[in-house]
Structure formats: C-alpha cells, structure tokens
Write a protein that binds this ligand. Structure first.
Ligand code: NAP
Length: 249
C-alpha cells in the first residue's frame, strides 16, 4: 500500500482527469471517481497504468451520502490510507437569468457543488485528522472565478455554489489546521473542458477569451499544476488559501 493515496472527484474528464494523471506522475495512487461516464474514467485509469502508475475508477454521485460512504470505503480497502482529496466534481446548467431558475435546478446544483464537497471533506477529515488517529493530509476544493464574479446572465446559482465552496475551505482549514490537515482552494477561470456544453455553449471559452488579460482560455493541466502544488510538501505552511488560475481575470 502506498503512503500517497488521492481521491479526485470527477476525475474522468476535464480538470479532474488532468489532475488524476499529474498526481500519478507525482507518485500518488489515484482513485478516479466519476458519475456515469465509465468509458472516460477507464481511459484515465488506462493512461495512468500504461505510464507505470496505479489508479482505480470508482463510480459515485458525490451529492448522495451513501455513494460517498461507499467511495471512501472502497479506497480504504483497495488503495490504503487516504492522504489527499481533490473536490473537483461540479456541474452547471443551461445559461439563464435568476428569474428563470426553478427550484429543482437549485437543488441539483447545490447538491452536486456544495453538499458533495462537504460530505467528501467530512470523510477525508475522519481519515486524515490526528484527532481521529490519522496521519494528516491535504484537501483542495475546486471553486471558480465565478465565486468572485457572480456569473450574471449565465448561472448565478453555480457562482453562489462556488462561493459556498470558498467559505467551506476557509472554515474547515481553520477547524483542522492543528490536526495535520491543510485545506486550500483553486479558482479556475475559463478552461477548455466539456462543462461549457452543459451551459448550452460549447464554444464559450473561445468567445470570451479576448476579455481575458492573457487573451486565451486555460488548459486543464494548468489548473492541475496549481492543485498538485497545494497538495505537495512545498505548500506545507499554506492553508485556507486560494490560487486563482484564471488568466489574470
Ligand atoms: P467537466 O469537464 O464537465 O467534468 C465534470 C466531471 O465531474 C466529470 O468527471 C463528471 O463525471 C464529474 N461529475 C459531475 N457530477 C458529479 C457527481 N454528482 N458526482 C461525481 N462526479 C460528478 O468539468 P470541468 O470543467 O473539468 O470542471 C471541474 C471543476 O472545475 C468543477 O468543479 C467546475 O465547477 C470547476 N471549474 C471549471 C471551469 C471551466 O472553465 N472548465 C472554471 C471554473 C471552475 P462523468 O464523466 O461521469 O460525467
């Protein structure tokens, strides 16, 4: 069993997949969690394995408590003692104004983007914290520049969910700072992934790129680098902090 064991929620595609692959290069055994796209998750695992790493794909809906319990129990049994968690899974829905959003959508977005990270943080702390007999660890919550900008006319519900993720990061980081657990956040800007298609505009990053100081969207691996740094020993005195990986916006 390795002493570097990581769960990446939503590790099958986009930023999560880039994070899982980079983590394997850095010596982590990686649990690639996914919701339903088994082919994509298996593809990430195969790529890691082909490069000499070790990974396991595990399906779980992070918004559902029984799924989260099973996900962490599977990692306990198959991979070993958890040392790192990346709360990356997240969703957004069709671009809308607040006066068009119905209650079911609010429940879905907040369940996936807020309840999910809370449940996963809880399970991680139960395993990592010295208060619970653990050996410490690190958590990175993937938020969004939307938490600062609010996403008017697109998805204020999503932006608000990321505001909650930032508050979770600050509060939990202080709660467990003396227990060997660091908790930080990364706020990506416009990154080339599938998520923009869920909003109804697959070409959104290209449309908006000239509004960015760097004049280009980001690549998933550029966010993964920030996540891996925050999890590493190089960030040993960093907790409750955020890296904005947003091209200057
Ligand atoms: P993506 O390409 O749409 O991938 C989403 C991933 O999350 C997939 O692996 C998906 O699994 C998984 N997922 C979705 N709901 C889940 C659930 N309930 N339980 C478990 N897994 C679930 O997304 P992305 O753009 O890489 O985004 C990753 C994170 O970065 C999100 O938190 C997002 O809000 C944040 N972010 C992205 C951007 C951007 O521009 N892309 C900007 C700021 C922040 P399946 O493959 O099985 O569907």
């Amino acid at each position: 069993m390795s002493d570097k064991v990581m769960i990446v929620t939503g590790g099958s595609r986009g930023i999560g997949a880039a994070t899982a692959k980079l983590a394997a290069v850095r010596g982590y055994v990686v649990c690639v969690n996914y919701l339903s796209n088994r082919t994509a998750a298996d593809g990430v695992v195969e790529e890691i394995t082909a490069a000499g790493g070790r990974a396991l794909a595990v399906a779980a809906d992070v918004s559902q408590e029984p799924d989260v319990m099973e996900l962490f129990a599977t990692v306990d049994g198959r991979l070993g003692r958890l040392s790192a968690l990346v709360n990356n899974a997240g969703i957004l829905e069709r671009q809308s104004r607040v006066d068009e959003i119905d209650g079911d959508r609010l429940q879905r977005v907040l369940a996936a983007n807020v309840v999910g990270p809370f449940l996963c943080c809880r399970e991680a702390v139960r395993r990592m914290s010295t208060r619970h007999g653990g050996r410490g660890g690190a958590i990175v919550n993937v938020s969004s520049a939307a938490a600062r900008l609010g996403s008017p006319g697109e998805y204020v519900d999503y932006a608000a969910s990321k505001g909650a993720v930032d508050t979770l990061t600050i509060g939990l980081s202080r709660e467990v700072a003396a227990e060997g657990v660091r908790v930080n956040g990364v706020r990506p800007g416009y990154i080339h992934t599938d998520i923009h298609a869920s909003g109804g505009e697959p070409g959104r990053v290209e449309r908006l790129r000239t509004s960015l100081p760097m004049q280009r969207g980001g690549q998933p691996h550029e966010v993964a680098q920030a996540i891996l740094w925050l999890l590493s020993a190089e960030a040993s005195y960093v907790t409750g902090s955020f890296i904005d990986a947003a091209g200057g916006k």
